[in-house]
Write a protein that binds this ligand. Structure first.
Ligand code: FES
Length: 103
């Protein structure tokens, strides 16, 4: 089961950047990649770094604490194929961004 929750206005996240939001009791990192919005769990699985504050290069975010990299479209770690961080389905309607979170 998932719940669809509003996370932000589309204008809250500039193209090529990420922002952190608390939604449904979770920290969500929302990224604006070209014309898409993509979302990951905002807490880096290495040591809890803030992924939304990482540098975004295309679909790849680099954690600001120790440099682990993740594909923000899939949650896939850049080096370890067995490490898959939580990603969430994102939809945009009338300028509002929604994420689907586990309920
Ligand atoms: S906390 Fe993200 S790489 Fe260490």
């Amino acid at each position: 089961m998932t719940q669809r929750l509003r996370v932000a206005a589309a204008s809250d996240v500039p193209v090529g950047e990420g922002r952190e939001f608390v939604v449904g009791g979770r920290i969500v990192a929302l990224f604006h990649v070209e014309d898409r919005f993509l979302a990951l769990d905002g807490i880096c699985p290495h040591a809890g770094g803030p992924l939304a504050q990482g540098k975004l290069n295309g679909c790849i975010v680099t954690c600001p604490w120790h440099g682990w990299q993740f594909d923000v479209a899939t949650g896939q770690h850049g080096i370890n194929p067995r490490l898959h961080h939580s990603s969430f389905t994102v939809t945009v309607e009338e300028g509002e961004v929604f994420v689907e979170l586990p309920s």
